[in-house]
Design a protein. Sequence first.
Length: 290
Amino acid sequence: MMRRVREEHDDISEFVAQQDENNKSSLTLKIGIYGWRKRCLYFFLLLLLVIIAINLALTIWILVVLDFNSKGIDKLEITDDGIRLEGVAEFRETVRARDISAIEGSNLTVTSSRQVQMVAGTSTVVLRNDDIVIETNNFQIRSPDRDSPLVAVTDGVLTVNADILEATGTRGISLDGPIEANTIRAHNKQQLSIESASGRMNILGSQGVAVQATAGEVYIHSFEELLLSSSNGPVIIDATDVRIQLPASGDTVQPLQDIYEVCICRNSGRMFLAVANGTNNCASQQDMCT
């Protein structure tokens, strides 16, 4: 009886041991990746390594081509005040900046195949092939040596504050409206000509008008009438030699020693010459005043 019980116990122990080995083998088979899954994993890992290598190579190539350094990119230097560029820069779109200046000792050149347009607020400057257009409310040209602007345009008024405004063109300056100036004079060793081609010319001075020729003559010509008027005071012609060409009367009498009388009509103010002799004088030539 005891022997039988022992044999059954041994059989049970052997069965339990066999079950434990089966359980261990089954657990070992469930852990890990085998077959096509393992091959796919290796393929993806290899592909990831290739992509990383390509990205790293492209990054190094970009750094070498653009010449990255601690200050910027190649000739483009990033500073505390902004960006400094040595060389030529090409912009495809709009450039917005607070200040654009050239490097000290060099010129700043802005070129475009079509036009260059600069906009600041409501003011616009357009540079085209054959013209320059400036749209602004107030236009000024300043000099660093002067406090006031050299040229200012405000509300249709052009103001020039230069000490000397010089025109060197062969045709001079043509103006549709009035001009105000303290002095108008010709360039050295040249003639000064002021004319109105198809209108009337008025020369006004609140404290007087002075016409002087320091080394030449003054010539005033009018197609119709020349009026010298003074509201309060005389009209003075001061010269060492005053010559006035006046029309002579129609009298055929020969003058004595080439001497004439200067006659002035009271009503019209017309001046003419009459022969100076005993019988012919201004009174006898009243038909010249009609």
